[in-house]
Design a protein around this ligand. Structure first.
Ligand SMILES: *Cc1c(COP(=O)(O)O)cnc(C)c1O
Length: 378
């Protein structure tokens, strides 16, 4: 018997109230009963997204909704801009290239953030750019980009602003409409406290003009089909009924708590995580750390892969290591969704034990004490 503590930046733990909904008998999806749930969920998602735009619910992981934001907006030969500062930003380029679009790329070193002025310069130099693709919280490095500033710049241009908010939404403050983000993509398995398998995408009126002109191949991902069926309170294809029923519960919990309180809680968790890392001499990674996950450098002489493996296998605590070039070099500790204060303390206590066993010198209890202090006093 192993007890699991999931402190990874996706998937994240699921509250029992939500998990129980996943165990209920399947409803048929072309019924009034399901339509009522579906339309309630679609409406509530607007609150979580802080938007008045339609939010489509897609049966896929987050990447599916990212792909839908390429095929629904562009024509072959269109100009697009990608601003990337990590693994997930690079995914935009890969998807665009898979559809034959050669984007202009602003490539920022991993750990740094996008300079909004670079986007402004690129848009001024090429007013033909149809869409700008970037990332909110870059989960691979743990930084957050200045979406309000980027939104202001893109809103003043002809381009549409497409944002991967898969890990940040329902965790860190994101005001889709106020910050003028046209297309916001998210997924079920991070801040939403749900099992993996659903993706969400909100689409503005400005973006919708491109949807009508787009000619890249699309069938399953076609937003026009999704919009039409949203009007009749259903999905174009068989939805993952179970996940949508559970999503209704998760979104109800988010609404009951209040999105501002969730942002505030993540902010506090991030403070505690940063304090815990620093207290045992671990240097934070990244210029502008986000509030849903904390990245720290693996100390000299310690095998980063072993930290993650030993934590998981011997203590049941899952955190994430680095991706790509950062493999073995950083650890990533998530604190979004259903991850609570007690989980953070458990995570640090076990991290202290693992680091000690791997030969790193630390004073036991210091990370836990620093995290406690932050949680108590903000
Ligand atoms: C988790 C994550 C993704 C990937 O989503 P999938 O659901 O695995 O397709 C994309 N972007 C960011 C920023 C993420 O954190």
């Amino acid at each position: 018997m192993k007890k699991h503590y999931l402190l990874t930046p996706g998937p994240t733990p699921i509250p029992p109230e939500v998990a129980l909904k996943e165990a209920l008998p399947i409803l048929h999806h072309r019924t009034g009963e399901f339509a009522a749930i579906f339309s309630d969920v679609a409406e509530s998602l607007k609150y979580v997204f802080q938007t008045k735009n339609d939010v489509f619910i897609v049966a896929s992981s987050g990447t599916g909704a990212m792909e839908s934001s390429v095929v629904n907006l562009l024509k072959p030969g269109d100009a697009a801009l990608v601003a990337t500062c990590g693994n997930f930003g690079e995914r935009w380029t890969k998807i665009l290239e898979a559809y034959g679009i050669k984007p202009q790329v602003i490539n920022v070193e991993w750990g740094k953030t996008i300079n909004p002025a670079d986007i402004e310069k690129a848009l001024k130099a090429n007013p033909g750019i149809k869409a700008v693709y970037t990332t909110f919280t870059e989960t691979s490095t743990g930084v957050v980009n200045d979406i309000a500033a980027i939104g202001k710049i893109i809103a003043a241009s002809n381009a549409v602003f497409v944002l991967d908010a898969i890990s940040g939404l329902a965790g860190q403050e994101l005001r889709s409409d106020d910050w003028q983000v046209d297309v916001v993509v998210s997924g079920s398995q991070k801040g939403f406290m749900l099992a993996p398998g659903l993706a969400f995408v909100s689409v503005s009126a400005k973006a919708w003009k491109l949807v009508e002109e787009a000619t890249l191949p699309r069938f399953y991902w076609d937003w026009r089909k999704m919009k039409k069926s949203l009007g009749t309170k259903e999905t174009p294809f068989t939805p993952p009924v179970t996940l949508i029923v559970a999503l209704q519960e998760a979104v109800k919990m988010i609404k009951a708590k209040g999105i501002e309180n969730i942002w505030q809680e993540c902010r506090l968790h991030a403070k505690a995580a940063r304090a815990g890392m620093k207290a045992i001499g671990l240097e934070l990674f990244g210029d502008n750390p986000c509030e849903v996950v904390t990245s720290a450098k693996v100390p000299q002489g310690v095998d980063g892969g072993k930290i993650v493996k030993m934590l998981r296998e011997e203590y049941g605590v899952s955190i994430a290591g680095g991706q790509g070039a950062l493999k073995g070099k950083i650890i990533r500790f998530a604190h979004m969704g259903y991850i609570g204060k007690a989980d953070i303390l458990v995570g640090f206590a076990c991290l202290e034990m693992v680091l000690t066993r791997l030969g790193y010198k630390l004073e036991k209890g210091k990370a836990v004490a620093a995290a406690e202090e932050a949680l108590l006093n903000g």
